[in-house]
Write a protein of this length. Structure first.
Length: 583
């Protein structure tokens, strides 16, 4: 969207038609028009050009009720989001994988239950996971980190995952030669954190957010509420403004409940309007990968004389760890399902980055909220509206939250993050089942009895049926099949003696089968071509006149040829008839 001109002279342009009209009225019309006509002309000008200057839609002022029918889900998105900045720089180090230990229960897909014992077990869906059951350990690391592995330790442990048992695989592995055990127990990816369509965008906006959090020199205090003093001797609400940027804020507040309760309140779809006075409409457009990532639409109120703003943002949630807190971040993207609402005179703002980190305070009954708001609101914004955001809208929203959450039952584990972690675990479970099925497929090839390896195979039992190939095909086909059987026996003998690996055996068997099949196809093709050649070489019993007559019928069979013949006949007979009449 092209940026509109932001100028303090914009309002003076609205006065220009009145002045010009007054001059014309006095000099040329001798005062015929009265003031009512001036006002009428002014109103027409405002309605025609108000969109250029970001003026509000008058229907929004006259009919402020919700225009959409039915209930509207309210999604947590950070208030008014201000001017974008180029401050953020890429993170120099990769975030280390967090380890989540589940020491209670067994993952059971049949029962559809996943035991999550503590808040720490709902950590980031991209972190490493370790599932402990009895004496078995299945270490599952995210595919996002290097050297992702699955280690299956022990041979007497039965881990039930979706009705399949690791016991059978472990027992089978113990019966194979050491080289094969080494092959099957090598590194495998048991979990797949699928890279979603917005992987790069998520990494970029997390980088920008953390850059704002860690940089303390760029902020200057714009507002402080000292009605309640925090433990550090400061007010419980502090609003900082980016130096030189009117719409970029950092907010620090202390909330009267646990970090999990406060985090879930900020993410609640249904209760956003209870505490955000600026929110008019919010919807979740799509849920994408990784789990916990959504695309949201937000529309804010029109503060006169500005128009209503809206934005489409990509949002994600994450647990950064016990000491680092609960994390949510949003950033603008484009989405096909929600284009700009130009006809409704709604200005599409661009949210560069917006989000918060919530950490528990000492004792765990209260928490600290750090919020970042940075966006380009587009259009023309008066200075008073900017001051209202920093001194009224943001503090009022925090006060409203702090009145709601004390009445809520405190808990330590975020329900929003638990839901995201559960979705990630289901993906891990599906990946583990797929890995186990691969192991079982390989084991099924290794567990053939030795008696079956050396038993004689009837050549005619597997002889392919070659139709219309003649008796001459039978001898070479049987000979080729004998060679194939001998090759298979040799490969299996080498397999039983441990001279060839499982993967190499499988490849060589497939190669032999492909070679035999190709030879059969070539022989069938040659036989068919010979038969067709013999049919073509047979002499025909037709005489020359019949061939001539058939050629004429074939050439004159088309409609175009019939028309030509008819025209020739009419021409010839017409000339003859004309001569007869003259005579």
């Amino acid at each position: 969207m092209v940026d509109r001109t932001q100028s303090p002279l914009a309002m003076l342009v609205l006065v220009t038609p009145y002045t010009v009209l007054y001059t014309i009225n006095q000099l040329f019309l001798h005062g015929i028009l009265d003031k009512i006509h001036y006002l009428f002309f002014e109103l027409i000008f405002v309605l025609a050009f108000g969109k250029i200057f970001g003026l509000p839609d008058f229907t929004e002022r006259l009919f402020p009720a919700q225009l959409l029918k039915g209930p509207i889900n309210i999604q947590t998105v950070e208030g008014i989001q201000p001017l974008k900045t180029n401050l953020a720089t890429p993170i120099s180090k990769e975030t280390e994988a967090a380890t989540v230990t589940f020491s209670q229960g067994i993952l059971s897909a049949k029962k559809g239950s996943i035991n999550m014992p503590s808040a720490s077990s709902a950590a980031s869906a991209t972190g490493a996971r370790t599932i402990l059951t009895g004496s078995s350990t299945v270490a599952i690391k995210s595919a996002r980190f290097q050297d992702s592995t699955t280690e299956i330790q022990g041979t007497t442990t039965d881990l039930d995952i979706s009705g399949l048992s690791i016991q059978r695989a472990n027992d089978a592995i113990s019966t194979v030669m050491p080289s094969t055990v080494k092959t099957l127990t090598k590194t495998r990816k048991a979990t797949t954190v699928v890279d979603g369509p917005y992987t790069k965008e998520l990494a970029s906006m997390e980088t920008k957010f953390m850059d704002y959090i860690n940089n303390t020199e760029i902020w200057e205090k714009a507002y402080e509420d000292t009605s309640v003093m925090a433990s550090g001797g400061t007010g419980w609400i502090q609003v900082f403004q980016f130096k030189g940027r009117p719409m970029c804020y950092k907010i620090i507040a202390y909330m009267n409940n646990t970090a999990a309760v406060t985090f879930d309140m900020l993410c609640d779809l249904d209760r956003r309007s209870d505490w955000d006075p600026m929110c008019v409409e919010t919807r979740v457009l799509e849920e994408v990968l990784p789990p916990g990532t959504t695309i949201q639409y937000v529309r804010t109120k029109a503060v006169w004389p500005t128009a209503s703003r809206d934005t489409v943002v990509l949002g994600t949630v994450k647990d950064l760890g016990p000491d680092k807190g609960l994390f949510m971040v949003n950033s603008s993207i484009e989405h096909a399902s929600m284009p700009e609402r130009v006809k409704e005179k709604i200005v599409r703002m661009e949210t560069t980055v917006a989000g918060h980190i919530i950490t528990p305070e000492e004792g765990g009954k209260t928490c600290k909220l750090i919020q970042i708001l940075d966006a380009d609101l587009k259009g023309w914004i008066p200075e008073k509206v900017i001051q209202m955001v920093s001194t009224k809208a943001v503090p009022d929203g925090l006060r409203a939250i702090n009145k709601l959450i004390p009445a809520m039952e405190p808990y330590e584990q975020s329900k929003v993050l638990a839901k995201a972690a559960e979705a990630q675990l289901k993906m891990d479970q599906a990946a583990l089942l797929e890995s186990q099925s691969d192991i079982e497929a390989e084991l099924s090839m290794m567990q053939e009895p030795e008696t079956q390896v050396n038993e004689d195979i009837d050549p005619m039992s597997s002889l392919p049926q070659v139709e219309n190939a003649g008796k001459k095909e039978e001898a070479p086909m049987i000979k080729a099949l004998d060679e194939d059987i001998e090759t298979r026996h040799t490969l299996r003998r080498q397999r039983s003696e441990g001279d060839i690996s499982l993967s190499k055996l499988s490849r060589r068997l497939r190669a032999v089968e492909a070679e035999i099949e190709m030879d059969q196809r070539l022989r069938r093709g040659q036989a068919n071509s010979d038969s067709r050649a013999m049919e073509k070489s047979k002499p025909t019993a037709t005489n020359s006149f019949q061939d001539f007559w058939e050629g004429i019928k074939t050439n004159l069979g088309g409609s175009a040829n019939k028309i030509i013949v008819a025209a020739l006949v009419v021409t010839i007979f017409g000339v003859g008839v004309a001569k007869l009449r003259r005579r």
